[in-house]
Ligand binder design. Structure first.
Ligand code: PLP
Length: 469
């Protein structure tokens, strides 16, 4: 492909994306494809001769689109919002166009310095003090893994990593709530703590970590000679957006010399609203925190914001220094290759920058407030409907509910609600996630796609009630 053809096909593709976005509402939200159907449309072997891009663009519409679940559809209520704004699409395009690799400052100084600027903007937007420095990670899962590696190294005086983690006299323990995201457990296991040294602490009626149970678990571990190492606080759990008591957890972390990591993957975006900041009170005392602009905010996947209080510690844990990576500027600049696990890094900051200058803080705040109001509206409908039950508080944009049919036992109720989810999802008009909360089958409605208006939430509520009949 030459520049001329790139221009022609590029304009065509931008038009195609804009048409797709404008017509999203007419498509079934959840892909109706059956396993193997998309693959069957592709040849078994790669083309011997090239020059087939025009055909590929046609196949994108014909063969690929049916296999897409439309995360930016206004009636997408599943998992979590994953907004990819137009501005962020352009940022990704610019990043790919530049083809820059930002592993070191020298390999593209702008990739590092634009990232420093926008991560500082983001810090200010969520009300964090300048004590925190940010770096872009691909996902919250890798950020949490990094945090546990940093905790392990700090608490073990950098020793355990070479000697074999739990072979020391006082094995290290990680604590999180039983509602924490599965990435915490995965990170603890990958970081070598071992299942026997991961404590998933029970939660209260609001599904937030119980401090008394945390305190008791720590005391018991100390008594038998274990060493409390890391504490993960969830601000906005995946299931119900429950809020762990960060300030009190910070007290315990301080008392026992533990690393405090805050996982606010979804809820961090809400902190752009000053009225939501009480939800993570105490966050200033965390050692690290992560939230995902690639969820509710509007920056296309992937872009996680990882903030730390002590970048030097992060660098000490993550850096490698082979001769071929050394540059004349080492020591004067940030080399972000030393701030995470992988070496190479895309110029992700561009899409965050484009997004922020396009939406503005006030524009983003208005949309978030709209989503919070929509969630409160749905909450009020559920509370007022006799045969519907709400299973968790609604501090943010997620509403957890189920339909209760008199005379059905718990197993039958679970099957009934799963069937409701199937009917709504396969109907194509909306898409939500059936999920289990402490043994109870629920329907989880996560509001917050960029284009979701009140009428879409009303239509979902109507679709749910129709599914019962
Ligand atoms: N933490 C929480 C609270 C989440 O809800 C999620 C994703 O849903 C994650 C972590 C994982 O996010 P990522 O896909 O960026 O690893």
């Amino acid at each position: 492909m030459d520049a001329q053809e790139f221009r022609r096909l590029g304009y065509q593709l931008v038009d195609w994306i804009a048409d797709y976005r404008e017509n999203l509402e007419r498509l079934p939200v959840m892909s109706q494809a059956r396993p193997g159907e998309i693959r069957a449309a592709f040849p078994d072997h790669p083309p011997l001769h090239g020059g087939r891009m025009a055909q590929a663009l046609a196949a994108l519409e014909r063969d690929v689109l049916p296999g897409i679940t439309h995360w930016n559809h206004p009636s997408f209520f599943a998992y979590f919002p994953s907004n990819t704004s137009y501005a962020s699409i352009l940022g990704d395009l610019a990043a790919s166009g530049l083809g820059a690799q930002g592993m070191s400052w020298q390999t593209s100084p702008a990739a590092t310095e634009v990232e420093e600027v926008v991560m500082d903007w983001l810090r200010q937007m969520v009300g964090l003090s300048p004590a925190f420095t940010g770096v872009i990670h691909d996902t919250a899962s890798t950020a949490t893994f990094t945090a546990l590696l940093c905790a392990r190294e700090k608490v073990s005086g950098y020793a355990q990593n070479t000697e074999g983690l739990q072979s020391g006299e006082a094995p290290l323990v990680v604590y999180a709530s039983d509602q924490g995201h599965s990435s915490i457990e995965k990170a603890a296991l990958l970081a070598g703590f071992g299942r026997s040294f991961l404590r998933l602490i029970p939660t209260d009626e609001n599904h937030a970590l119980r401090l008394d149970r945390l305190q008791a678990a720590i005391d018991k571990d100390v008594e038998i000679g274990l060493r409390p190492c890391a504490l993960v606080a969830a601000v906005g759990t995946t299931g119900t957006t429950a809020l762990d008591p960060v300030a009190a957890m910070a007290d315990l972390a301080e008392k026992h010399g533990m690393w405090l990591h805050v996982d606010a993957a979804l809820a961090g975006t809400a902190m752009v609203l000053p009225e939501c900041r009480w939800m993570w009170e105490g966050v200033e005392r965390a050692d690290s925190l992560v939230f995902n602009p690639h969820k509710w905010m509007g920056v296309g996947f992937d872009l996680s914001a990882y903030y730390v209080r002590d970048p030097q510690h992060l660098i000490r844990v993550m850096s490698t220094n082979p001769s071929y990576l050394r540059t004349a500027q080492d020591g004067q600049v940030s080399n972000f290759r030393d701030w995470h696990i992988q070496l190479g890094r895309r110029f992700r900051a561009l899409k965050l920058w484009f997004y922020l200058v396009d939406v503005g803080v006030a524009g983003l705040q208005a949309r978030l407030r709209r989503d919070l109001e929509n969630a409160q509206w749905l909450k009020a409908q559920v509370d007022a409907a006799p045969d519907w039950e709400r299973l968790a508080p609604v501090p943010l944009q997620t509403v957890c509910l189920r339909h209760v049919k008199p005379g059905l036992d718990e197993a039958a109720l679970a099957a009934h609600n799963l069937e409701l989810a199937r009917r709504v999802n396969e109907g194509g008009k909306a898409y939500l996630t059936p999920s289990v909360l402490k043994g109870t089958q629920m329907l989880r409605v996560s509001i917050g796609a960029e284009t979701t208006e009140r009428r879409h939430v009303e239509a979902l509520w109507e679709a749910l009630r129709l599914a019962v009949r």
